[in-house]
Write a protein that binds this ligand. Structure first.
Ligand SMILES: [Zn+2]
Length: 85
């Protein structure tokens, strides 16, 4: 095993720390057009799940699906998310 490689458990606290912040003011950079804007400025569509779209190019930034016990969050359309800690 590569001595510099760790499994995901080694950084489990990081996502917990990141997602504990106020997300509406987090800045998402769109993976399609490159615009950087607050998560709160996205266009949100509800159906079987939730799709958050870029207000500049309509790219699907984030998808959220939940059932009674779990939540699946996809950031496929986001290049980066900037949060203030
Ligand atoms: Zn965009």
């Amino acid at each position: 095993m590569d001595p510099l490689m760790l499994d995901g458990n080694a950084v489990a606290g990081l996502p917990q720390e990141v997602f504990a912040v106020e997300m509406t003011t987090a800045i998402a950079t769109c993976g399609s057009c490159g615009a950087a804007d607050a998560i709160g400025a996205t266009h949100v569509f509800r159906g079987a799940g939730i799709v958050m779209r870029c207000p500049h190019c309509d790219n699907a930034l984030v998808t959220i699906v939940e059932d009674d016990a779990r939540v699946w969050i996809g950031f496929a359309g986001v290049r980066t998310v900037q949060v203030t800690v």
